[in-house]
Design a binder for this molecule. Structure first.
Ligand code: VTB
Ligand code: MG
Ligand code: MG
Length: 321
């Protein structure tokens, strides 16, 4: 993929974040989501790609925009797109940390077309690459990651969604001595943070959305991190969808390269609320400031984009056109 596209994609996540961030703390998660979806959709149409949404807001009959199969872009290189215009709508609604606007782009066929079902995930950063095993116990994984990172288990911080279903792994992490950060929503952001030195996050574990799993894998692939996952279909229909994707062995451990294949992927995210690496949006009279990250697997470049948006000037220049 043309590398100049990377900056175009940041514009897309910035737009989604800028538009929806205004609603922080207002308790309006669906309204915020709608604003982000609209902004992302519009901005995509200024980017010179022929994109197909493979992970999006839902099926064609349930999502008016950015539905799976929808074509976006102004025309150009054929790419597959995974989007989550707001990853963590509850977080925005309550003004809590960790909401991001996020996307991943790969050449056709580069992203697992993960349907909306649960996925068991285990994510680590580059310093722990090659040692995780989803079939091993949590304790064993913590032991191996700590050893690879040349530190104690008590120097590891593990993130998981605060859910009843995680009681067992939570207990195991506590007994092994790891520090835990329980989050109410949004497991893509901490997975991305695992790959970035200085975030203080070393592992993300537990069950969350499969679409979010592919976005996490894209970020971790770019930073050289590692991930393993397993689809957890719950209904016959979900099982059928796994089979349709060519996954016949439902117990199969998906590696990071199963989730994101090939040698080319771009990941971009803009913080909406505060994160451990990216600061949340700050609005001021006439504008706002956003922090984003954009990464390319091909070169391994991780670019932090700190942008001041003069919304008053933009409006003026649009009117003058
Ligand atoms: C998961 C997680 C997401 O929603 O999909 C979660 O991966 C929903 O999980 O990051 P529950 O069914 O347990 O509520 C998010 O937190 C936000 O999209
Ligand atoms: Mg969302
Ligand atoms: Mg989400």
């Amino acid at each position: 993929m043309d590398r100049t596209l990377a900056l175009e994609f940041v514009r897309v996540t910035e737009a989604a974040a800028l538009r929806s961030g205004r609603l922080m703390g207002r308790g309006l998660k669906d309204d915020a989501d709608q604003l982000a979806v609209d902004a992302m959709r519009q901005t995509f149409d200024t980017v010179p790609i022929s994109g197909t949404v493979v992970i999006g807001e839902g099926e064609i009959d349930e999502a008016p925009m950015l539905y799976i199969g929808e074509h976006v872009g102004a025309g150009g290189e054929a790419v597959d797109i995974a989007v989550d215009p707001i990853e963590g709508t509850n977080l925005i609604a309550k003004g809590q940390n960790g909401a991001i606007a996020v996307l991943a782009i790969a050449p056709k066929g580069g992203l697992l077309h993960a349907p909306d079902m649960y996925m068991q995930k285990l994510c680590v950063g580059p310093r722990a690459k090659g040692v995780i095993d989803l079939n091993a116990s949590v304790t064993e994984n913590l032991r191996r990651v700590a050893e690879k990172m040349e530190r104690g288990i008590d120097d590891l911080t593990v993130v998981m969604l605060d859910r009843e279903r995680h009681q067992d792994i939570m207990k195991e992490c506590r007994e092994a001595g790891a520090r835990i950060r329980l989050i109410t929503d949004g497991d893509v952001n901490p997975a991305m943070e695992c790959g970035l030195e200085g975030s203080g996050i070393h592992m993300v574990i537990g069950t969350g959305g499969a679409p979010e799993g592919v976005l996490a894998a894209a970020a971790l692939k770019c930073t050289g991190g590692d991930m393993q996952a397993r689809l957890l279909p719950e209904t016959d229909e979900e099982v059928r969808r796994c089979h349709a994707m060519g996954i016949t062995d439902l117990n199969k451990v998906l590696t990071i390269d199963d989730l994101v294949h090939g040698e080319d992927v771009i990941f971009a995210a803009t913080a909406i609320t505060e994160g451990n690496i990216l600061s949340g949006i700050k609005y001021f009279a006439g504008g706002a400031r956003t922090e984003s990250v954009v990464m390319r697997y091909r070169t391994g470049t991780v670019r932090f984009v700190d942008t001041i948006h003069r919304l008053d000037r933009k409006l003026k220049s649009m009117k003058a056109r």
